[in-house]
Structure formats: C-alpha cells, structure tokens
Design a binder for this molecule. Structure first.
Ligand code: ATP
Length: 320
C-alpha cells in the first residue's frame, strides 16, 4: 500500500554567519501509512521541529534542504509556495504548532479563527457555523465558554487546545502535532492524544512530536528516536516500550531516565549541531563507545549503532 508520507534522506542545514552550518536534520528516512501514528522523540534541540517545518515548507530563508518528502505525489521539499499554500497546508498536511500563541492572530477571537478555518477548508455555510464551531472546539476539549476570548486571554494549555481544534478541522491525510500536550494536565494530555489518535484511526496518518514518552506509549504504533539531527532508531512501539526494549544506547537512556523506571539521566549534553564530532554523535555520552564508533553508523535493521546487534549489557536493564 502506498504510504501517506514517504520521507527519504531528508536533510536540513542552516547557513550561519562566518560560513558555519547547523546540521539540524541529517538524512532522515521513514514512511507513514494511513491509520498509523509515528511518535518522533528526542531531547530538546535535536531537530524534531525543523523536520516538521520542512514538511510544511515553513523553513526560514537560511535553510538548505536535500532529499524528498512525498505526499500524494507531491514532493513537499520541491513544491513552490503557491502549491504549499493552496493545496498542502491545512488540506493535505495539518499542523498543531509547538507555540500556539504565536500562530493565533492576536486581534481575533478563537471563534473567529475557527469560523474562518471552517469556511476555508470545509465550506461550511454561514447558518451552520455556530454549531460547527462548537463541534470543532469539543473535539479538542476547548471550553465553549472561552470561544469569544482573544489569544492573550487564554492560558498556555487553552491556546494549545484552540490550535489543536484548528488543526483537526481540515481532516488532512497527514497531521503533524508538534508537542501538542505542552502545558496540559495529565487527563487533558490523555484526552488530546486520544483525539489525535482517532484522527489516525479514521484512516489518516499522525506524526506526533513529543517529549512525553507516556503520551507516545499511549497512542503510537512506531517510535522514531532522534539524536543530534539523525533518526537513530525506528521501531515498533510495543517492542520499544516493552520487552526487549529499544536497541540504541541513546534510546535506552531516554527510557531509563523516566521517573517510573531508573530515574537516571543520560550523562552530559547533546553536541552542538554546528560542530558535530566525527563518527557517532552519541559516543561521548555512551558507556559502550569504542573505536568502531569513530565512523558514523549506518541505519541497519532500524538502528544506527555499531553495537545494536550485540546482547544488551546486564548493567542497563530496561523494564517494561
Ligand atoms: N533558523 C535557524 N537558524 C539556525 N539554527 C536553527 C534555526 N532554527 C532551528 N535551528 C537549530 O536547529 C536545531 C534543531 O531545532 P528544533 O527546533 O528542530 O529542535 P527540537 O528537537 O524541536 O527541540 P525542542 O524539543 O526544544 O522543540 C537547534 O539546534 C536549533 O538551534
């Protein structure tokens, strides 16, 4: 079956002053099928949002891209602005943005935002708008009593839900949700990701970018782990969160850092993306690093690690 989205060797570099480059995304490849939710996880600054922006043609002018990202026969990286604006954003690719307050127009109420999007994407007639707005708000658990509020009158979590309601309206075949649960209490996190999951269950695809591994575990079919701009592991969610657990030492470290597991942080910090080391970018933080890690590991069997074929070390248990 043709995937909804097919990404091959997607790279994004930013040109900086003094001839420097920031390698924000390096050769990312994955497919996303109809009905599937892929969670993209990894520490802050590893390139998750840049990847999402690339898929929507929303990168700034200093970005250089390579590779392909095909949806419905259109390569999103090669498409011109007119195509992206008219046929991609909102229609083929919906976005729950990471900073909803920045995406909402300050002088318009939530109701005005929802009405405009409903008219543009679904052609809802004027007399049906009131009911359609209420329904759209309900899908994202946005409180009906706040529909006539302006963005600055909303809390972070309320703005997040307004942005989610807007993103769901077009029923786009692909939904990108970039940290859709920031600022929400646990029960609202569950409700929001369940609604996003329903979007996938209705035959569409969901790319869920999140720090929240519990949310990913709840709704994802597969998990992609990103580190320093590269996808280092792509695996089935059941395997990732259960037994035998992930194979890449970074992915194992992410899970071991959870309070309900070992509560042991990964030592050190991710490298600067403008000064990546030769070889594996995780080697400086990895207790398994050896001479083989001086070469950049290729993705093999869904894992980019020289040691991924070896047995797990007994001192790093992963509990379900
Ligand atoms: N316009 C830009 N120019 C230069 N570097 C940029 C630009 N935009 C992003 N970056 C860099 O790209 C890297 C990846 O950023 P990105 O926002 O994708 O991280 P992220 O994984 O989404 O992090 P977070 O979870 O904190 O949102 C960062 O090092 C960031 O500083």
């Amino acid at each position: 079956m043709t995937p909804v989205l097919s990404v091959r060797d997607l790279s994004v570099r930013f040109r900086m002053r003094g001839g420097r480059h920031v390698a924000a995304v390096d050769a990312a490849s994955f497919d996303l099928a109809a009905g599937e939710c892929l969670a993209l996880v990894g520490e802050s600054g590893c390139g998750k949002s840049v990847l999402a922006s690339a898929l929507l043609g929303l990168l700034p002018g200093n970005a250089l891209t390579a590779g392909t990202a095909v949806i419905d026969g259109t390569d999103l990286l090669a498409a011109d602005e007119r195509t992206l604006a008219r046929t991609v954003r909102g229609r083929r690719v919906g976005l729950v943005p990471q900073s909803p307050a920045a995406h909402l127009t300050p002088v318009r109420t939530v109701r005005a935002h929802l009405e405009e999007t409903l008219r543009a994407l679904t052609g809802t007639p004027r007399r049906e708008l009131r009911a359609a707005v209420a329904e759209a708000a309900e899908r994202a658990a946005f409180p009906p009593g706040l529909l006539d509020h302006y963005p600055h009158e909303l809390s972070g979590g309320q703005a997040q839900r307004a942005a989610t309601a807007l993103a769901l309206i077009g029923d786009a075949p692909l939904l990108l949700a970039d940290e859709p649960t920031t600022g929400l209490d646990r029960d609202l996190v569950d409700r929001t990701v369940d609604e996003l999951r329903r979007h996938a269950d209705d035959g569409r695809a969901l790319l869920l970018i999140t720090h929240d591994l519990a949310a990913a575990r709840r709704v994802a079919d597969r998990v992609a782990v990103m580190y320093a701009g590269r996808i280092v592991e792509l695996s089935d969610a059941g395997r990732f969160f259960g037994d035998p657990g992930p194979r890449h030492p970074y992915a194992r470290g992410l899970l071991a850092a959870l309070p309900e597991r070992d509560f042991t942080p990964i030592p050190g910090m991710p490298p600067e993306l403008s000064a990546l080391p030769d070889g594996c970018a995780f080697a400086a933080r990895c207790h398994r690093a050896d001479d083989a890690c001086r070469a950049v590991p290729r993705m093999a069997g869904g894992v980019a690690c020289h040691h991924s074929g070896e047995e797990h070390h007994s001192e790093e248990p992963v509990r379900a």
